[in-house]
Design a protein around this ligand. Structure first.
Ligand SMILES: Cc1ncc(COP(=O)(O)O)c(C=O)c1O
Length: 367
């Protein structure tokens, strides 16, 4: 074991392929704003996830805002969201004046608890935002949410920001919803620095989304506006990077799975730390997430050895930004004990072995 190590929790991976795409594009006389490269990137994502349409935007927060706006969600409407998620999920609808209604998550998957979601429905509920935490489907299956949506007529928006490369049944995560969202921010399985995407089979919704992201017009270069719209467009430079990253996606999916399996094997029987389980044949864990006893002590112990970690999202209802009362035992427990271990695709097996050895050392010393 070398000491100290220098292992970040996460780092994006860009290399020769991205550089070649960018250099080739720069040789062309381009406008840089979204055009053919962006269309090719959208097509590649749509084909990968098996959707008719993909629309890319600046990030995986405004993608959710646009999805909600396209469904007519506005001031005073309620949207059911999990209390364990990145704060972007509720913020995305807050931007429209809508009210995020928080519900707790399943302890095994950290995905919204369907019974609690059902109980939270009111006459003002206009959508359910299902977050596939770390690529996981809920224990009850995503189909259960599909059924809930069909029975109630409340649209299902899937926030699949953490789930590119994860499948359930034969479908890519996000395909049960009317529309789903991805993020290409720096820590994601593929990145364009910033970036997001929506995918759907619904032709009319796709047209609305395209208009909404481009000032409410149906084609660029004209000033005829059929509806209110904004500017959430992409750039060709990001698309060049995205195309190169998408080509690497299958390899990255396999590596993420192998990383998770190695952590699982190396930490087997280690008292004090429990990895969240995955349907690893189908699911590509974006981050290695675990519950750790004495978490904050473990964080310092690993930091001293040069190993980066990140504490998992605290319950959103208790954040200064929201301050909403409620009983959320699972999200609260994650806030106390949840930890992301180093998770980047470039992590080597030897580094994983070192990290696990340091984790074991921490618990051996404690007991
Ligand atoms: C579940 C979830 N939703 C939304 C987002 C926001 O995506 P972006 O950072 O691209 O705006 C993230 C980003 O981490 C996320 O994890």
């Amino acid at each position: 074991m070398s000491n100290p190590l220098s292992i970040p929790q996460m780092r994006p991976l860009f290399g020769a392929e991205e550089k070649a795409e960018l250099m080739a594009y720069l040789e062309e006389d381009g406008f840089f704003t979204e055009f053919k490269k962006t269309e090719a990137f959208e097509r590649m994502i749509a084909d990968y996830v098996g959707a008719r349409h993909c629309i890319v935007v600046n990030n995986g927060t405004v993608s959710l805002t646009l999805a909600a706006a396209a469904l007519g969600i506005g001031h005073g409407d309620e949207v059911i969201v999990p209390n364990y998620t990145m704060i972007a999920t509720p913020n995305s609808v807050k931007m429209l004046g809508a009210v995020p209604v928080f519900v707790d998550v399943e302890p095994e998957t950290l995905v919204m608890d369907i019974a609690l979601a059902r109980a939270a429905i009111t006459s003002r509920t206009k959508a359910i935002m299902l977050v596939s935490a770390n690529g996981r489907a809920p224990r009850v299956g995503i189909d259960a949410f599909e059924t809930l949506s069909r029975e109630t007529g409340i649209p299902l928006i899937e926030d699949a920001a953490q789930s590119l490369g994860s499948f359930y049944d034969d479908r890519h995560v996000g395909r049960a919803g009317l529309v789903a969202s991805l993020s290409f921010s720096a820590p994601k399985i593929i990145s364009t620095g910033q970036g997001g995407a929506l995918f759907t089979d619904d032709d009319a919704l796709a047209t609305k989304l395209r208009r909404l992201k481009d000032f409410g017009r149906s084609s660029g270069g004209t000033d005829v506006h059929e509806s209110i719209g904004y500017n959430f467009k992409f750039t060709e430079l990001q698309a060049c990077v995205g195309l190169a990253q998408m080509r690497q996606l299958p390899g990255r999916v396999e590596r993420k799975k192998a990383i998770w399996k190695r952590y699982r094997d190396k930490l087997e029987g280690c008292q004090g730390v429990r990895l969240f389980d995955h349907d690893i044949k189908r699911c590509a864990p974006w981050f290695i997430d675990c519950m750790a006893d004495g978490r904050d002590g473990l964080v310092s112990h690993l930091a001293k050895a040069g190993i980066g970690t990140r504490t998992m999202y605290p319950p959103i209802n208790a954040q200064q930004a929201y301050r909403v009362e409620g009983y959320f035992p699972v999200a609260e427990e994650v806030g106390r004990r949840g930890l992301w271990l180093p998770s980047m695709v470039q992590l080597t097996d030897a580094q994983i072995d070192d990290i696990c050895a340091y984790i074991r050392l921490y618990y051996d010393e404690k007991h």
